[in-house]
Write a new protein. Structure first.
Length: 327
């Protein structure tokens, strides 16, 4: 498959350094790249070694990169060995943090710009607990309530007197909730104090139907289910700064720790910082290939401005999306 001008672009989903590659016929002829880089394919004549250059690179000389087929085969062998010998590498509790059976190599991409008649895209925000995702989302929402929207979650708990159905939550019965789970209506759901809570796919649709940008924060493992033609999600990873900067910037802030069953906000502890950084590392290594943008939340105002700039660009400039979204 080739794009209109006959050019083929791919997004690299892994880091590659030809100097570290024992299989490459000539290390000097290799092209190094990082996860997320856009490469233009110059030749796919060889089944093992493609020729490519970095997108927009004026230098016409192409370098060798492993072909998709070759890279898939050897990473699959590697990842299986990894799992056998180094099971507790990240001390994962959830098995779904290990769902990399389909090894990410390259994804064919094409520039995409939203057409005037098209709905806005879904923007997915991911990041570890305590990184400031909710504050950023809230700031964005209040900056332009006509433009940004968030989903209303479903719950099976009783409505409180000051709440209205469809505002804080959509209140449904346990039976209906379970049926909806069976029918894959939820992007994610969880249980809290004997009640279910969850975000439905339809709730994303209803925000987009109002012609608003839908802001959604979810666990990174749900992102791949949202990567469809319908939603064209743009995925932003909110990353913590260094532990030193966390200590400095979060001195007076509070966190609802994932270790706290009561769910009360308390000042950050050293353990919270370490957990945040470790969790961010796991997210980035397991799901980094799905991120369109990484924003480091060091200073909240600066991170917010960067987020805002990213949104403005998203609506005015072309972005790389999988070719499969446009067919
Ligand atoms: P409350 O019943 O006090 O409104 O909320 C109780 C808990 O439910 C909160 O800690 C909140 O984080 C959680 N919750 C609210 N919405 C959702 C959701 O869509 N999915 C999940 N998994 N939990 C939710």
């Amino acid at each position: 498959t080739a794009s209109k001008e006959g050019k083929v672009f791919i997004k690299a989903l892994f880091d590659y350094d030809p100097k570290e590659d024992k299989a490459i016929p000539c290390k000097e002829a290799g092209l190094s790249f990082r996860k997320g880089d856009i490469l233009q394919i110059m030749s796919q004549d060889d089944v093992t070694w493609w020729q490519a250059k970095h997108e927009g690179d004026a230098n016409p000389r192409a370098g060798l990169i492993p072909s998709k087929h070759f890279q898939e085969r050897r990473s699959f062998r590697l990842s299986r060995k990894d799992k056998k010998t180094n099971k507790s590498m990240y001390e994962c509790k959830k098995s779904d943090q290990y769902d990399t059976a389909d090894v990410p190599t390259y994804e064919e991409v094409t520039p995409y710009r939203r057409q005037a008649h098209e709905k806005y895209r879904l923007v997915v925000l991911v990041g570890p607990v305590g990184v400031g995702l909710n504050e950023l989302k809230r700031k964005l929402l209040i900056s332009d309530t006509q433009h940004y929207g968030v989903t209303v979650p479903h719950t099976t708990r009783a409505r409180r007197s000051q709440e209205s159905d469809g505002v804080e939550y959509i209140f449904i019965s346990k039976h209906l909730f379970e049926t909806d789970v069976q029918n894959n209506k939820f992007i994610e759901y969880g249980e809290y104090k004997n009640n279910y809570y969850g975000t439905s796919i339809d709730s994303v649709r209803s925000v987009l139907a109002k012609n608003k940008v839908c802001l959604l924060d979810v666990q990174p493992h749900t992102v791949k289910h949202l990567r469809t033609l319908e939603f064209k999600p743009y995925v932003i990873f909110i990353k913590p700064p260094s532990i030193e900067r966390l200590r400095e910037t979060r001195k007076n802030a509070k966190i609802i720790s994932s270790r706290d069953d009561q769910g009360t906000a308390k000042p950050f502890t050293e353990e919270d910082f370490q957990e945040m950084i470790k969790s961010a590392q796991i997210m980035e290594s397991q799901y980094g290939h799905l991120f369109d943008k990484i924003i480091i939340n060091d200073d909240l105002t600066m991170a917010f401005n960067e987020l805002k700039t990213t949104f403005d660009k998203l609506e005015t400039e072309p972005h790389w999306v999988p070719v499969s979204w446009l067919h």
